[in-house]
Design a protein around this ligand. Structure first.
Ligand SMILES: [Zn+2]
Length: 208
């Protein structure tokens, strides 16, 4: 807890940081008054409303929270027999990062429509996937079954290059020539620039 008032125009404040006096400000959301002084109640950015003479603190980790039906980009971390484990890197609608990079799972029955023998032919470790949130709490469950959803950028499992989509829907590695199978999204390779993890922003190591 600091004893000097925090310049409200910038920076982060911690819970208990002094924002000003009760003569200067009314405590808004995320702030409270104690003994004639106004303090931050949250970790966040202070914000002054001059008309209301209110000072509030916008929580650093308040948004966005995932909800059922949200579309997200997620990176495949691990493939097990019955599920794939992914890290959710951003909300696909806004391209905003998801706080805490939470873990999500795709059950083998939700990878694609119809029967799936093995998740190893649907996803690869390191792939970027566009998925829909089926359940947001207490654990995050995802689906990639609809045609628009699935892998949007696949990594070669031999050399980690990005796989290119061939004319007949086959994925081939431009570096080592391997061919692989995935549950690809309709928009494979068309990831919006600026999306976290967008391949366009990655620097491939020079090929040997
Ligand atoms: Zn390769």
């Amino acid at each position: 807890m600091s004893t000097e008032p925090v310049p409200a125009s910038k920076g982060l404040v911690l819970p208990g940081d002094l924002l000003g006096t009760a003569e200067e400000f009314v405590p808004g959301l995320g702030a409270y008054e104690d003994g004639g002084r106004v303090y931050a109640a949250l970790l966040g950015h202070p914000h002054i409303d001059p008309q209301a003479r209110a000072i509030s603190v916008r929580a650093l980790h308040a948004v966005p929270r995932l909800a059922e039906g949200d579309l997200v980009y997620a990176r495949v971390d691990e493939i097990k027999s019955a599920m794939a484990i992914l890290t959710i890197v951003s909300s696909a609608g806004s391209n905003r990062g998801v706080p805490g990079a939470p873990e999500g799972t795709v059950h083998i029955s939700k990878a694609r429509d119809g029967y799936t023998e093995s998740l190893a032919t649907e996803f690869g470790v390191g792939d970027l996937v566009l998925a829909k949130v089926l359940q947001a709490h207490p654990t995050i469950k995802l689906t990639t079954a609809p045609p628009a959803l699935g892998v949007v950028a696949a990594r070669c499992q031999s050399c980690h290059a990005l796989l290119a989509l061939g004319p007949r829907g086959a994925l081939g590695c431009p570096r080592c020539g391997a061919t692989e199978s995935r549950k690809i999204a309709q928009g494979y390779g068309e990831l919006a620039p600026g999306a976290p993890g967008a391949p366009a922003h990655e620097h491939e190591p020079p090929s040997a």
